[in-house]
Design a protein around this ligand. Sequence first.
Ligand code: SAM
Length: 250
Amino acid sequence: MRIEVVTLFPALVEAGLAAGVLGRAVATGRLEVGLENPRHHADDPHRTVDDRPFGGGPGMVLKAEPLARAIAAARGRLPAGAPVIGLAAHGASFDQAAARRLAGLAGFGLVAGRYEGIDQRALEALIDEELSIGDYVLSGGELPALVVIDAVTRLLPGVLGDEASAAEDSFGDGLLDWPQYTRPEVWNGRPVPPVLLGGNHAAIRRWRLMQALGRTWQTRPDLLARRRLSSDERALLEEYCRAAGVEPPR
Ligand code: SAM
């Protein structure tokens, strides 16, 4: 997977690539990340990349031309036809389905904005789509770029130690993850649910599915509304709701 990031702050992206799952993916060559700084493509002595917004108002706007040159350089290192994606609070929601779609590509570009954002003409001419990582505003697109890179990289074959773990993570099948426990069996008077200690794998699977259904219903009912429940799943969720004293879905 080759990802190119166009950013005024490459060190921020590099820092996020240095450790953990992303660090290993880079070290093993499963992930290659290139960085392109629009400032290197500004042609005035001050390397100006921003200017005041037409129409007035606060802040500065990223100029189209340095960005266009930086994106062209980044595109040149991407596989043919790879999309270039702008990170923007006004973009479409980045979710696990989007991560899966991007993980199926040979590569893509990410453009991190700064200040008040990017000249709209550059977005229209150079960007294939725009993604938002959530309904809040960050100071720049570097953290969103790392969020996208991380979510996508976890899905690449061979990146996670346990191949099953990405599929079993939250959103893998439209549900949140079930609760996890590790040693000791009792911590501060709180025991691990006994079913997890019994070695009955069918019972453990059933308990985990019930917890995933219940947790999703309690904290993200919107996810359940988008997912068709089998009759077994419905029965498990009703059992969970009875035990937890919450209203089951109608
Ligand atoms: N004026 C813009 C607005 O109100 O939408 C905010 C610009 S923000 C301060 C600067 C840059 O941060 C944006 O160009 C974008 O690249 C990035 N950014 C901020 N919030 C984001 C989000 N929720 N998702 C993706 N990128 C975001």
